[in-house]
Design a protein around this ligand. Structure first.
Ligand SMILES: NC(=O)c1ccc[n+]([C@@H]2O[C@H](COP(=O)([O-])OP(=O)(O)OC[C@H]3O[C@@H](n4cnc5c(N)ncnc54)[C@H](OP(=O)(O)O)[C@@H]3O)[C@@H](O)[C@H]2O)c1
Length: 237
């Protein structure tokens, strides 16, 4: 999917020679030497990241006008038809009254999806060709991020249980800390990313209409799981 579809798109672009934008991932790094800037040497641990890196090489070889971005793990409201992300997945679990185990030894500077969008739009509008790392300003473990989500949305943080990543032996290998620098994103694209407190508070204050108040919520904001079109009810992690 990542390599072949990119090759097809590059072939289709041969005559048009349009600006080619490729969304890669910060997981091309092994997580041993953060923070990573755009000159750091990739060493992917997972097959997913390996294929994204192969596609990056293809793009650079085949096209003269390219923008390659490597976003950090994204969070924000998704559309009802889309899958959850690390924040909306957690909200769904907490809203269902579940205790949740979250890893406390995987770190990164999570990026609010609005900043990722603004960075992409800026790069395209300014035609800033080259490679850009897209990340937030603050490095947190997934557990620390989850505590912020619970606090801001008014859930009991005691229901979030910290565990090491080897608690989930079936998961694909994840780099320990893929925090990236954001200097190029700020200086060249003019995007100053929001920190997790602002990003999650922004989510709370812009709760989309399909995240309805649940009848059993006892006044607490919960998220409807019955709605057939919500990603909460269909695709999970
Ligand atoms: N999410 C992140 O935190 C993150 C971070 C860094 C980079 N990225 C990159 O950003 C891009 C989008 O990620 P995402 O998280 O938004 O992924 P996603 O939610 O899984 O969405 C992927 C999209 O690709 C489509 N798709 C998947 N397999 C397909 C196939 N075989 N043929 C045609 N379409 C297919 C899906 O279609 P359906 O909707 O029909 O399923 C969906 O629209 C990816 O390139 C990913 O590597 C994401």
């Amino acid at each position: 999917m990542n390599v072949t579809s990119t090759r097809w798109l590059l072939e289709a672009n041969q005559t048009a020679d349009a600006l080619f934008v490729f969304v890669s991932t910060i997981y091309v790094f092994d997580g041993q030497n953060p923070p990573y800037d755009e000159h750091a040497t990739p060493n992917p641990l997972s097959y997913y990241a390996y294929t994204k890196l192969q596609a990056e090489h293809l793009v650079r070889r085949s096209c003269s006008r390219t923008i390659i971005v490597r976003p950090m793990t994204l969070y924000g409201w998704h559309l009802p038809s889309q899958r959850t992300n690390c924040v909306t997945w957690l909200l769904r679990r907490l809203a269902q009254g579940e205790d949740v185990k979250i890893v406390n030894d995987i770190f990164n500077n999570h990026l609010w999806v609005g900043d990722a969008s603004r960075a992409l739009i800026a790069a395209i509008e300014k035609e800033c060709c080259g490679l850009f790392h897209l990340g937030g300003p603050t490095t947190l473990s997934r557990y620390e991020l989850s505590l912020k989500v619970a606090d801001i949305f008014g859930f009991d943080r005691g229901r979030i249980l910290p565990v090491p990543s080897d608690h989930f032996p079936s998961l694909a290998p994840r780099p320990r800390d893929t925090s990236c620098t954001t200097r190029k994103m700020v200086d060249m694209l003019g995007i100053i990313p929001v920190d997790p407190d602002q990003g999650i508070e922004g989510m709370r204050s812009t709760r989309p209409p399909w995240a309805e108040e649940h009848p059993r919520a006892n006044g607490q904001e919960l998220f409807a799981t019955e709605h057939p079109k919500t990603a909460f009810g269909s695709k999970g992690r």
